[in-house]
Design a protein around this ligand. Structure first.
Ligand code: SF4
Length: 426
């Protein structure tokens, strides 16, 4: 259940887990090598986030460009065994402060396999304050949700995407509008106090009134968190093909922007504070796992196509980004024979680390905390980014206050353009 688009959209609204996927694109086309065990283990003393990727879905949504394969064609028990084998490789030295099982569709796995995975992950991360599982609203029942809760999950993220039946049908989602409310109610009855919804706006044919109705429907469920992303047309998707033939047209940019601004206004008025370009939460319910990505803290990704970011001690934000093989067969063959999944890796230099930290931090509404930035990168952000900060400040797109640099509200719809200017040092 991909929370977000894989690439920048017109508003730069990329998802939380997108940051993880950025690692994939950063390494794409570079030298491929097997990662040595000691390299896998090497990371700074910082606690890390753990991401487990389940690359299976019961059916393919028409807009989705993520790697996933039909769940029916995968031996779920073997996949979970493989994931656990890979997790064992990290038994030394890394403490996980958050855990997140995403996909794909974790709930496309048989319930007993998903719960077995969750149990073992929880055993490995007893101290994790937040443990999230992404759920498809059409693939949960009381037994599954109760099992997840008992096994140690304390946050659920439902891929609702839309509360409009026509839009769900167009998107190719495998659930109904009614199943979204039913799933949230079931989650509450199972004891979950932290529940989020992913929503997509700017769906072809959608009007501002449709989007407003969707926001109201989401708010009526009294959830703690909303991720709202503008639909993007990804290469290789049905939507992209349909757009190519002229059968489907993107929502025009003005409407797209109006929908984004509507989300900010309506969700904030309902008490869901915007804490990142595309993410809104009740105070204290911000997704800690994704905050780790935006702080550029280390994370370990388990599973096919999963990416990891392992940092050094000396300059904390520098280190290595690793990407597992996306092919399930090759991935399983590797981990079952005790090898690392063939991976791409690239070094993150101190300069790269400073730029990546700035770009990720600027996605947060709090922006770059200058003291935190200096601690992580050893650099003075005001000095190394003096040019873009000065230029955008003059335009009213960047604010500098309280020892922080942040995007202004006016800058949010064009965030990607601005962030590009922080992606390299002069
Ligand atoms: S559920 Fe749909 S959007 Fe999510 S990963 Fe699977 S195909 Fe993509």
């Amino acid at each position: 259940m991909a929370e977000l688009a894989t690439g920048p959209t017109r508003h730069g609204l990329r998802c939380a887990s997108c940051v993880k996927r950025e690692a994939d694109s950063q390494t794409a086309g570079r030298h491929v090598l097997a990662v040595a065990d000691d390299e896998r283990r090497a990371t700074s003393n910082e606690s890390a986030g753990l991401y487990v990727h389940i690359p299976v879905c019961r059916s393919k949504c028409r807009y989705c460009g993520f790697y996933s394969v039909p769940a029916g064609g995968v031996d779920a028990g073997r996949l979970v065994d493989g994931l656990l084998r890979e997790l064992e490789r990290y038994d030394d030295g890394i403490e996980f402060c958050t855990a997140y099982i995403g996909g794909g569709s974790p709930t496309a796995l048989p319930a007993e396999e998903l719960i077995r995975l969750v149990r073992r992950v929880r055993e490995r991360c007893p101290q994790a304050q937040e443990f999230t599982v992404e759920c498809n609203p059409g693939q949960v029942d009381a037994r599954l949700l109760g099992g997840l809760k008992t096994a140690g999950v304390n946050r659920l993220s439902f891929g609702a995407q839309s509360f409009n039946a026509r839009e769900l049908e167009l998107l190719g989602r495998a659930h109904s509008v009614g199943q979204i409310a039913a799933a949230v109610a079931m989650a509450r009855r199972s004891g979950f106090e932290n529940v989020g919804l992913d929503l997509i706006f700017a769906i072809p044919g959608s009007t501002l009134a449709d989007w407003q109705a969707g926001l109201e429907a989401a708010l009526a469920l009294n959830i703690e968190h909303v991720s709202a992303y503008s639909l993007s047309f990804e290469a290789g998707t049905v939507f992209e093909a349909w757009r190519g033939t002229g059968w489907l047209a993107a929502v025009d940019e003005e409407l797209d922007r109006a929908m984004y601004e509507e989300a900010i206004d309506r969700l904030e008025r309902a008490g869901l504070r915007q804490y990142e370009i595309s993410n809104f939460a009740r105070p204290g319910c911000e997704c800690r796992h994704n905050l780790g990505y935006w702080a550029n803290r280390p994370y370990v990704g388990i599973g096919p196509a999963a990416a990891s970011y392992l940092t050094n001690d000396a300059v904390r934000a520098s280190g290595r980004r690793l990407t597992n093989d996306a092919d399930i067969g090759r991935y399983l063959a590797a981990v079952e024979s005790g090898r690392t999944a063939p991976a791409e890796t690239n070094l993150v230099s101190p300069d790269d680390a400073a730029c990546e930290t700035a770009v990720l931090n600027l996605r947060r509404r709090e922006g770059i905390d200058l003291a935190e930035f200096h601690r992580r990168t050893g650099r003075d952000a005001m000095r190394i980014f003096a040019e873009p900060i000065g230029r955008y400040r003059q335009m009213g797109l960047i604010e500098v206050a309280d020892r922080a640099v942040r995007l202004s509200g006016q800058a949010l719809p064009i965030a990607d353009t601005i962030l590009c200017d922080f992606s390299a040092l002069e």
